[in-house]
Design a protein around this ligand. Structure first.
Ligand SMILES: Nc1ncnc2c1ncn2[C@@H]1O[C@H](COP(=O)(O)OP(=O)(O)OP(=O)(O)O)[C@@H](O)[C@H]1O
Ligand SMILES: [Mg+2]
Length: 308
């Protein structure tokens, strides 16, 4: 009988491949006409201003209750791209799966203290748990499966919807952006993220069934705005996993732009195997393959987010 490492968990590791950094994802401009992949002319985005002082942070919830649409990938890569413009960034892993932590090479299941302890134990402060990442000026509030218990435990708390806001409040002045990677659900943890946020960024996979859930998500955002957090806005909808070669992708894109017009970012993230590869590498695409189309796209997104 073979013994399993890590207390019974099967380790299925894949050796990271070296980045080739080729620009293999195709051009971003459609025929050099100034028409972007959304089918609209690209809007002018000003060069991000230099900042002399950090904070107070803009809190963005990366949110979509549909699974696997690119929330975690966008959190890591937008965060890393924002640091390239001189911004200080905190990433909050708010999913018990801990994919954000793992995607940054942090073995979350081995951590003794995570966001769970800050949420539940009054004696643990956020600074006791925040970790530096491989990206300068980008920190992480990690999570692991312990967080799944918080959803149940918070139900009986006074002010349960504001638990995340209470958690991050002491460090708001230290960062320019706090990106909260939500789990694929509209439960209490996600409501906490929306209650703490200034804006919501909705990653949307360019696939027909993706459109169905967005109305429910927007409905939830409106309820949170009315009842808990009047400043909450939709920062933007980010089309992800776009394949410019397929008619289906282009049709879905046209529907998304028709339905949500200006809030759809001009930046579109193409489907490329580069992103799963960066997860194995445990670092953002902006450092792993800095000249790839994926890295450029997230930098462009960072510019749009700073401008909004
Ligand atoms: N643009 C992309 N092209 C190809 N694959 C991608 C792209 N973006 C993300 N992926 C891959 O798709 C999978 C899901 O992405 P990700 O984990 O970012 O989604 P998620 O919305 O956070 O999922 P969950 O709802 O489970 O938290 C991952 O394997 C990721 O590497
Ligand atoms: Mg995720």
């Amino acid at each position: 009988m073979s013994t399993l490492p890590h207390g019974g968990a099967v380790e299925l590791s894949i050796a990271p491949r070296a980045a080739t950094d080729a620009d293999d994802d195709g051009p971003e401009d459609v025929g050099g006409t100034g028409i972007g992949p959304t089918g609209r002319p690209r809007r002018h985005i000003p060069e991000p201003s230099l900042i002399e002082h950090h904070g107070p942070a803009r809190v963005l919830a990366m949110c979509n209750q549909k699974g696997g649409v690119g929330k975690t990938t966008s959190t890591i890569n937008l965060g890393a791209a924002l640091t390239e413009f001189g911004r200080r960034v905190l990433l909050v892993d708010f999913d018990p799966q801990g994919a954000l932590s793992v995607g940054l090479g942090i073995p979350a299941h081995q951590l003794e203290r995570t966001i769970y302890n800050v949420l539940i134990e009054r004696s643990v402060g956020i600074r006791d748990v925040v970790l530096r990442t491989c990206v300068e000026n980008m920190d992480l509030l990690p999570s692991n499966i312990d967080l799944s218990a918080a959803e149940v435990q918070l139900v009986s708390e006074v002010g349960r919807e504001h638990s995340l806001l209470r958690t991050i409040r002491p460090v708001l002045d230290e960062y320019d952006f706090i990106l909260v990677d939500c789990q694929p659900s509209l439960g209490l943890l996600t409501v906490n993220a929306l209650a703490a946020a200034d804006g919501v960024l909705i990653p949307l996979e360019c696939e027909f069934f993706s459109l169905r859930g967005v109305a429910l998500l927007i409905d939830t955002i409106e309820k949170v705005r009315e009842r808990l957090n009047p400043k909450l806005e939709i920062t933007g909808i980010l089309a992800t996993m776009f394949d410019p070669r397929t008619l289906h992708s282009r049709e879905v894109m046209a529907r998304v732009v028709e339905a949500f017009s200006d809030i759809v970012f001009d930046t579109v993230i193409n489907r490329t195997v580069r992103f799963p590869e960066t997860t194995v590498a445990g670092e953002p695409i902006t450092t792993w393959a800095p000249r790839s189309a994926g890295a450029k796209a997230y930098r462009q997104l960072a510019r749009e987010v700073i401008a909004r």
